[in-house]
Design a protein around this ligand. Structure first.
Ligand code: FES
Ligand code: FES
Length: 176
């Protein structure tokens, strides 16, 4: 007897693999995925990009952050098949681009990471903030990173590092 309701995928469809093609850290790639596979799992297991961390797997902790078409997205809430045609950048790609060298250095200088589990997501979120806002105050930085959980630092040092980076970039822009 078939207990599936109309429109519900059959077990065969749910297990049918699909090839997705997308840009990953600047390179064109393909992956053979199951419809239920999260993008974060595919990035880690297929492409060995383990900087995308997996914590809560329900969109709460922010450890699985990745850039999708320039916006921070939770890789545990995005299916790999939804990545077809997208431009995906992981913390590895962002690091290799050197555009967050100063932010990463500020994290080190301020001891804004301890175990480092939250750090890739924090960096991506801070990068997105600083891309759009040149002078966020501490409240704004706190609000922005409020979707990224850190069990170690108490957040003050992370806010310091982001604030310090924003200030240094402003000074560089102003030539002072
Ligand atoms: S693992 Fe994705 S938000 Fe926590
Ligand atoms: S440094 Fe350990 S969770 Fe943030």
């Amino acid at each position: 007897m078939n207990n599936l309701s109309a429109g519900e995928p059959t077990p065969v469809e749910a297990n049918e693999r699909a090839v997705v093609a997308f840009t990953l850290n600047g390179a064109s790639v393909q992956a053979d995925v199951l419809p239920r596979q999260h993008l974060a799992d595919v990035l880690r297991q297929v492409f060995r990009l383990t900087g995308t961390h997996i914590g809560c797997e329900q969109g709460v902790c922010g450890a699985c952050g990745i850039l999708v078409d320039g916006l921070v997205v939770r890789g545990c809430l995005m299916l790999a098949i939804q990545a077809d045609g997208c431009d995906i950048v992981t913390i590895e790609g962002l690091t290799d681009s050197h555009i967050i060298d100063d932010l990463q250095e500020a994290f080190v200088q301020r001891n804004a990471l301890q175990c480092g589990f939250c750090t890739p997501g924090m960096l991506l979120t801070a990068h997105e903030l600083l891309k759009h806002e040149h002078a966020p105050d501490r409240a704004r930085i706190r609000e922005t990173i409020s979707g990224n959980l850190c069990r170690c630092t108490g957040y003050h040092a992370i806010v310091d590092a982001v604030e310090r980076t924003a200030r240094a970039r402003r000074e560089a822009r102003n030539g002072s």
